[in-house]
Design a protein around this ligand. Structure first.
Ligand code: AR6
Length: 172
């Protein structure tokens, strides 16, 4: 069981100074709308140039890049599932996103990491369920022998902020 400190805030993730921020990307890793667009705009064109060398990322996995012009050091790009009704493995894939990001963070001696609500925008995942999956997966992450200390769940709107708070309060 994890001894990570998990907190939630309402913020623009591109402004945060955590060691890493997570991008809710698509499998091309070549940018898009939502938080992905905001991160690419704020990081600058060097991010896209770097992402072109990666060759994409499957749903449920993650890839790490420098953060270029952003205040954080790293961006961990993950590809959430598109919500298709809940019977297409969406929950496992979403949990895989959080886990893969934490594994990469641990491998890069990251202490603090900020997650947006992966899949809860364009990809249509019901946000209350997604927030519970996020909290459960982070709590289950084994932090023995890692540098990880603190995880921020970042909401961009009031509704998502209250769902993240409920998920945290309801977690055992
Ligand atoms: N800071 C924090 N959270 C944000 C920000 C921000 N600056 N901007 C949006 N959000 P979405 P997805 C929230 O649609 O559902 C892209 O086009 C937003 O309110 O960004 O995983 C990619 O290229 C929502 O709660 O990501 C993919 O094609 C959450 O971030 C696709 O969208 C996720 O919304 C991925 O869809």
């Amino acid at each position: 069981m994890s001894d990570l400190r998990i907190e939630t805030i309402k913020a623009d993730i591109t402004r945060l100074t955590t060691d890493a921020i997570v991008n809710a990307a698509n499998s091309s890793l070549l940018g898009g709308g939502g938080v992905d667009g905001a991160i690419h705009r704020a990081a600058g064109p060097a991010l896209l140039a770097h992402c072109r060398t990666i060759g994409g990322c499957p749903t449920g996995e993650a890839r790490i890049t420098p953060a270029f012009a952003l205040p954080s050091k790293w961006i961990i790009h993950t590809v959430g599932p598109v919500w298709q009704g809940g019977n297409k493995g969406e929950a496992d894939l979403l949990a895989g996103c959080y886990r893969s990001c934490l594994v990469l963070a641990a491998a890069h001696s990251i202490r603090t990491i900020a997650f947006p609500a992966i899949s809860c925008g364009v990809y249509g995942y019901p946000a209350a369920t997604a927030c519970r999956i996020a909290v459960r997966t982070i709590k289950m992450f084994e932090t023995n022998n890692t540098t990880l200390e603190r995880v921020l769940l970042v909401a961009y709107d009031d509704h998502t902020a209250s769902l993240m708070k409920q998920a945290l309060d309801g977690a055992d």
